[in-house]
Design a protein around this ligand. Structure first.
Ligand SMILES: C[S@@+](CC[C@H](N)C(=O)[O-])C[C@H]1O[C@@H](n2cnc3c(N)ncnc32)[C@H](O)[C@@H]1O
Length: 203
């Protein structure tokens, strides 16, 4: 069994956390916030009808938008309350309760790999630290040939960007593009956010 996700520890400490998180995004949508930046980024990487995995999808913000744009999308998340919300609100997307540290979608009947795997919203910083390399390895094994992984998270959350790139390399992922935002701003040593596009390293 992988160590417990930090997110699950938070929800065990505060049983209202998942409901609070769901409501927070509903409120932001109602207030007219633009919640589609990550989906736009991923959509620009792909032709219509591509296969996308939203890894750590939460209540489905990114996956649902990508489904609406005409992609074939699977969302996976360790929090059953968030997946229940995603499935209730967005039944057109395929959802799984799954820990990314032990992700095995072929065992769930999803045999085909993905063109892009996106992990937005600081998911990497909510993993159990001991599972980070395993999660990155699992993302790589769920890619199609030429598929890419896109990961965004902030600085100051106990996962240094340098450690992330070292873990990615150990998981067989090489860095292709590094940005500091979902609207394509360049990454600099001062950046406090990273959007990393990775691909399977040559064997
Ligand atoms: C801040 S939320 C982001 C949700 C979504 N990606 C978004 O941007 O709206 C972090 C998410 O990471 C998920 N997560 C954390 N550890 C996980 C793990 N080991 N496996 C799958 N999901 C995980 C949580 O359940 C939570 O939904």
């Amino acid at each position: 069994m992988p160590d417990k996700s930090r997110w699950i520890e938070i929800t065990e400490d505060n049983p209202d956390h998942s409901a609070w998180y769901i409501q927070r995004f509903k409120d932001m949508a109602a207030e007219g916030h633009d919640l589609d930046g990550e989906a736009r980024f991923v959509d620009a990487m792909l032709s219509r009808g591509s296969r996308i995995l939203d890894a750590g999808c939460g209540p489905g913000r990114v996956a649902a938008r990508l489904t609406a744009l005409g992609h074939e999308v699977v969302g996976a998340d360790v929090d059953p309350a968030l997946i229940a919300e995603a499935a209730a609100v967005h039944p057109e997307t395929t959802w799984f309760v799954a820990d990314l540290a032990s992700l095995d979608l072929p065992a769930e009947g999803v045999a085909e790999g993905f063109d892009v795997i996106v992990s937005a919203g600081n998911v990497m910083t909510f993993l159990a630290p001991s599972t980070r390399s395993d999660v990155l390895r699992n993302l790589r094994t769920h890619l199609r040939d030429e598929g890419r992984v896109v990961i965004g998270f902030g600085a100051g959350r106990d996962y240094d960007f340098a450690d992330f790139f070292a873990d990615a390399e150990s998981a067989g992922l090489e860095s292709l593009i590094t940005l500091s935002s979902w609207d394509l701003r360049p990454f600099t040593p001062e950046s406090d956010f990273i959007v990393a596009v990775l691909g399977a390293a040559a064997a």
